[in-house]
Design a protein around this ligand. Structure first.
Ligand SMILES: [Fe+2]
Length: 289
């Protein structure tokens, strides 16, 4: 049986409290390989303890599927060994670019939804999956500049062009999707599209995992994907909308900033768990990749 239910991102600020409490609402954890590769000490010790109690799924920050510079084996080879050691069912990373000419910006910068970018993302995704010899999932990101979508059937779709782009990418590569529900909601509010229509355009049978998180609403109304606030009601509702369509895929509570007490995190995981049970009660278990 594959991994299902609610997971939580293992972060230094809360890892010890989580591993001590082992709440019923949390059934797996997610880690960023970048925090563990070539590192010993407390990070490695906490991961060893977590692995005794929880299945672990990996999620990366630096693959940059939209980057045009070639991968370096110094990056892919240690990652490959880590994924194998952890026995993660898949590894995920973002549909963005994070640098150019050897310089990293440590941010998830958006890509244009054009045919040229589609060729780049498909080639890079396939190359990484082949090199890692591991299932790979791509995640939709939040962005703050109006999306560029000048090609083909995507030209008239506005904010929904991302869904069409993702669908073409996934079908061309026979790929998997790590669907971030909060990112869809943030973009839908900032750029004026219907998030449910976005989900309805996607090949939801290709979703292997989802993310939910909180975001900030600025005074001018712009929503910023901070992972530093509680999850809002609209994102809970969207999760409940999409879960019956994806099947019982694992759902991650992403909290990276402004991390609250373990009690608050557990309460949020329990709310997610209740939605998960309700939304998937008639959905057969999904066999993970
Ligand atoms: Fe995410």
């Amino acid at each position: 049986m594959g991994i299902s239910g609610i997971g939580i991102g293992l972060r230094m600020e809360m890892a010890e409290a989580l591993l001590e409490r082992k709440p019923d609402a949390v059934s797996w954890v997610e880690v960023h390989p970048e925090n563990y590769l070539l590192r010993a000490g407390k990070f490695a010790d906490l991961l060893s303890v977590a692995r005794e109690d929880y299945p672990v799924i990996t999620h990366g920050l630096t693959m940059s599927f939209g980057c045009v510079t070639p991968f370096e084996n110094e990056y892919l080879d240690p990652l490959k060994a880590f994924l194998k050691d952890i026995k993660t069912p898949w590894h995920s990373d973002h549909m963005c670019f994070g640098g150019a000419h050897g310089q990293m910006v440590h941010d998830l910068l958006p890509i244009p939804f054009t045919d040229e970018a589609l060729d780049v993302v498909c080639a890079r995704y396939t190359q990484a999956r082949d090199h890692l010899d591991h299932e790979l999932a791509i995640e939709n990101v939040s962005y703050y500049a109006p999306p560029v979508h000048n090609d083909g059937a995507r030209a008239d779709l506005g904010g929904l062009a991302e869904a069409a782009f993702l669908t073409e990418m996934l079908e061309r590569t026979d790929g998997k999707l790590m669907l971030d529900v909060n990112n869809v909601y943030v973009n839908s509010q900032n750029f004026g599209f219907d998030p449910r229509a976005f989900f309805d355009l996607l090949p939801l049978d290709r979703v292997v995992q989802m993310h939910v998180a909180g975001h900030q609403v600025r005074k001018d109304g712009l929503r910023i994907d901070t992972h530093g606030e509680p999850i809002c009601d609209e994102v809970f509702a969207l999760l409940e909308y999409v879960l019956p369509k994806t099947g019982r895929v694992p759902v991650l509570l992403e909290r990276d900033n402004n991390i609250p007490s373990i009690d608050e995190l557990i309460a949020e995981a329990e709310m997610l768990s209740a939605i998960y049970t309700r939304a998937t009660s008639e959905t057969p278990a999904k066999v993970n990749a």
